[in-house]
Design a binder for this molecule. Structure first.
Ligand SMILES: Cc1cc2nc3c(=O)[nH]c(=O)nc-3n(C[C@H](O)[C@H](O)[C@H](O)COP(=O)(O)OP(=O)(O)OC[C@H]3O[C@@H](n4cnc5c(N)ncnc54)[C@H](O)[C@@H]3O)c2cc1C
Length: 373
């Protein structure tokens, strides 16, 4: 039995290690000059590889995730990473799991060593197409063709991937960038670079669909930061569903001050000049931004509690951490095999998670599943 795995990223590396460990002759084809390039950049170089508090709500609507959460709870994935790779991890206060080295390269090193240990043959070449052959497949690459009995496509999708050739377009939805900054209508360019802790609420066609507390980064084109990335996932998923929905983000710039206190503060500042309405409460630029849109101190404080931004779009794939869309689950059997016999794992499947380790968990879990039977 000979298995080819196309793509040496998070899911392909896991798939290759487990495949070779199960005594299958395994060839890993990677188009970059080294494996795990994206993996080494994850989590700001620290690799947030899973999450203790993962829920179904962290993902788009997916029966596969539901099943994987039972088969591969975070504890099991961490056990696999520890047992097969020797990787030790810790969780921060938010349940985000990192390697104890806090270094994504060390995760890649663990995978490389495990590949060596179990005898994975790594070939640096670009897979162009897959052809069905007697008893298996021929993978046509730029340099050489490779015959195998089984092929796993773990090639990821478009998030920060250059020159991606689509190997399985027949089964794929349209693709949109996810976990990415958002462009808004009439952005105030003077706010560029400013950071503010906010309560962020996302509305879809007027209905609240997501809320998170965290830091927002104002940019010339709109908004960025982890909470905004998470909002972008809803925008992208809606586009995949071709919903044509309208999205609005509302920022509470004063999440630690409740309505009663707001009224008291505004009352006390009725006689202040406009420039001093938010003195000691908001940074100067944000204070100006809110005050110039308000006729009195009371409406200014209400606006600071509910500052609306009409979503225009998201930035492109070059800025995205994930892809929304991909191979539809309806085409996959329980072992992640397509009707044409090709197996898939990782980002190429139409599953995307919010920030916090969910996407790497999915890549590791599907990479394991696809090679473990
Ligand atoms: C900057 C950044 C930070 C991120 N941080 C986190 C984080 O902290 N936590 C988290 O959970 N997720 C994070 N993600 C998302 C996570 O990296 C992905 O979900 C995950 O890497 C997907 O794994 P994959 O194996 O499916 O695809 P990839 O990691 O993209 O791997 C695919 C591999 O296939 C290769 N390939 C593609 N086409 C071919 C071909 N035709 N022939 C040969 N090889 C090919 C590519 O070169 C690549 O090495 C981050 C993403 C980015 C961009």
């Amino acid at each position: 039995m000979k298995r080819v795995i196309i793509g040496g990223g998070a899911s392909g590396l896991m798939s290759a290690v487990i495949s070779a460990k199960n005594n299958v002759e395994t060839i890993l084809i990677e188009k970059n000059a080294r494996v795990g390039k994206k993996l080494s950049q994850t989590g700001n170089g620290k690799c947030n590889l899973a999450n203790d508090n993962m829920t179904l709500g962290c993902f788009n609507d997916s029966k596969l995730v539901q099943r994987l959460m039972k088969l591969y709870p975070t504890t099991r994935v961490l056990e696999i990473l520890n047992h097969e790779l020797g990787l030790h991890t810790f969780s921060d206060n938010f349940g985000r799991v990192y390697p104890i080295s806090e270094n994504a390269n060390s995760v890649v090193d663990c995978f490389r060593k495990a590949c060596e240990k179990y005898g994975v043959k790594t070939v640096f070449d670009v897979a162009i197409s897959i052809e069905k052959a007697h008893n298996g497949f021929v993978v046509h690459c730029q340099e050489n063709d490779v015959f195998c009995n089984e092929v796993v496509v773990a090639s990821g999708l478009l998030a920060q991937a250059k020159n991606q050739n689509v190997l399985l377009s027949d089964y794929q939805t349209e693709l949109y960038p996810s976990l990415v900054p958002i462009t808004v209508k009439n952005p105030d360019k003077s706010l560029d670079g400013l950071r503010q802790k906010c309560l962020v609420t996302l509305f879809k066609d007027g209905k609240k669909v997501y809320q998170e507390k965290g830091e927002v980064l104002f940019r010339q084109y709109g908004l960025s930061g982890v909470c905004i990335f998470n909002c972008s996932a809803y925008v992208a998923r809606s586009k995949v569903q071709k919903e044509n929905a309208k999205f609005k983000i509302v920022l509470d710039l004063l999440p630690t001050i409740d309505q009663k206190e707001i009224l008291t503060i505004a009352n006390g500042r009725q006689n202040s000049i406009k420039d001093d309405w938010f003195l000691g409460i908001l940074s100067n630029k944000l204070a100006c931004h809110v005050a110039k849109q308000s006729k009195d101190v009371f409406s200014a404080f209400q606006l600071a509690k509910n500052l609306p931004f009409e979503v225009v779009d998201t930035l492109g794939f070059e800025f995205a951490q994930a892809t929304s869309g991909g191979i539809e689950e309806k085409h996959l059997d329980d072992n992640l095999t397509l009707p044409n016999g090709i197996k898939v794992c990782g980002e190429i499947i139409n599953v995307d998670g919010l920030c916090g380790g969910n996407n790497l968990w999915f890549a590791f879990a599907t990479g394991h599943l696809v090679s473990n039977n």
